[in-house]
Design a protein around this ligand. Sequence first.
Ligand SMILES: CC(C)(COP(=O)(O)OP(=O)(O)OC[C@H]1O[C@@H](n2cnc3c(N)ncnc32)[C@H](O)[C@@H]1OP(=O)(O)O)[C@@H](O)C(=O)NCCC(=O)NCCS
Length: 214
Amino acid sequence: MTIRTLGMTRFRITVTFSGWCPRDDHPLGLPLQVVWYFAGKESNVETQSMCVHIRWMIRRDMPSVLAIENSCFEFAWSEDDFIRCLRQRNCIGMVAEQDNEVVGFMIYELHKNRLHILNFAVHPEHRRTGVGQSMVDKLLGKLSHERRNRIMLEVRETNLEAQLFFKSIGFRAISVLRDFYDDTIEDAYLMQYRYQPSAEELAQPHNRISKLAG
Ligand SMILES: CC(C)(COP(=O)(O)OP(=O)(O)OC[C@H]1O[C@@H](n2cnc3c(N)ncnc32)[C@H](O)[C@@H]1OP(=O)(O)O)[C@@H](O)C(=O)NCCC(=O)NCCS
């Protein structure tokens, strides 16, 4: 077990292999090659001005992901860092593609009541075109009133661009994490997005059985 501070966040690594696409997030629990096919079919985010295709990260994306990581962060994750992280059962990698080129990625964890973003970047040449928003939209679509109802992440206090980006989507800073990083003396802001249930959802009676089981 090791604790490391990797660019955005600090997390504990336990090495147990479970593949790149945790079963929890995939309805079929399929092997990677098959997931590659279905992921492309399943997750398609398109906008009028450009086409962003969001899919699960696979091993052959690693050179592009590392190139983006190194172009974005002073204290970048290494390939080993990515692999160790993605081997966790609850850790998921997604990439954004434009014209078959990987232009962004996100690594996040599934927890019982929340999603936690560990690493997230868009290639500098592809920013301000909605790529980051498309990836976060994908996560927002996984939230619900009953189960995972928030997304959290730590942002460096000096990373104003990311703070503005997340604020524009509806995230709010909820606390300051003092001396959070090992690599610099800066603090982190803990940012959170809370799912807003519709009036219909609020009006629905609670499922008492799932509450008891949960
Ligand atoms: C943060 C980041 C992922 C945003 O990605 P992006 O693809 O450029 O974001 P989008 O184009 O989807 O932006 C959506 C909205 O967020 C806001 N926004 C994004 N970047 C912004 C910036 N630099 N300044 C102010 N607002 C910004 C804007 O409101 C933007 O809409 P607009 O372009 O129509 O004005 C990207 O800047 C990045 O990779 N930064 C370096 C890595 C990093 O800091 N990662 C996050 C660590 S916590």
